[in-house]
Design a protein around this ligand. Sequence first.
Ligand SMILES: [Zn+2]
Ligand SMILES: [Zn+2]
Length: 341
Amino acid sequence: MKCPVCGNDCVDNAHDILLSIGQIFSPCPDCHGRVLDKRSPLKSRFYEPPCSCGKRFIDEVFAQTYVIMVEEGTFRGTEPLAKIGIPLIHPGFFMREPPFLPARSLVLVSGVVTRDVAVRLMNEVPEIRGVVRSGDFVPGIADPHLGGVPGAYDLLAGCDVRANIYPTSSGPLVLYQQQSQIHIEFPRDYNPKIESVERKITLNTQWFIDAACGIGTLGLTAARLGVPHVVLNDAWFSAAFWSAFNISLNQEFLAVDEVIMHKTYEEMKARPIGRIPEMVAETHGRQSIEVYHGDLADLYRVLPTVPVLTVLDLFNKKDSGLIERITTRFQEHVTGEVFIP
Ligand SMILES: [Zn+2]
Ligand SMILES: [Zn+2]
């Protein structure tokens, strides 16, 4: 499937991703690799090449990355291996063992990487899919009042679109995201937010609203459970866009005949912060799922007047006064229960 960010075929539907995960990171009988201490520097300039099966143990990929960083002057050779950055596997799911990586399965998010190093990593390390330079902030909108300029990390080489797989009680969801634009999340075997959504939904739930939806995890969980009407909304373009895209990719798990996208990635990127909610996508079929790009304070304009169940998964969860003010304002116009996952 064509990737909306780079135009190449780095996006697969949920079905194909789920078929692959049984074996994708497992070694063949010939695969081997050293387990390296991430708190220490790489002791030599040595790394194992990929096995004849095409996979390589993740620590050897890190060793080659380290050598390139030393050759390019990013490292002196005294830095610990962990200083390289955060490896994000594609597709990401809960694993008990470290992976043997096939080609193009790793997005590296690094605070130290330079453009020259990123280009070399893309050209010389087959497992690398994309290289992102991070900053000391969380990408996306941090201010619930939508003030300031939202930050994003820099994609230096390759493509940073990748998927995580989240288990729900009705089966897995495959959710894509663009890593430079969204906070990092690691799938675990137990997801308390998904579970809290599942506890709230009953057979009587007709409408479920995910008012600050991120890449759509909780709204799509409700849709996967069969809630007839689901509305997802986010003020950050990348979140709203990928929520919409993720409906298409997971369409086979939903009672949806067609997903209609009303906006392109480029259109949304040009106006990154949404105010009055604008529709990004909607579905035809037994289930109606709508995605909006806008301020959740104005979401009532597109919601029905019947009671709805709303999840409010805000970033600044520790600020309970702020959450209360946002909830109160939301409930001035919208009836039904609002819960924090
Ligand atoms: Zn791509
Ligand atoms: Zn092998």
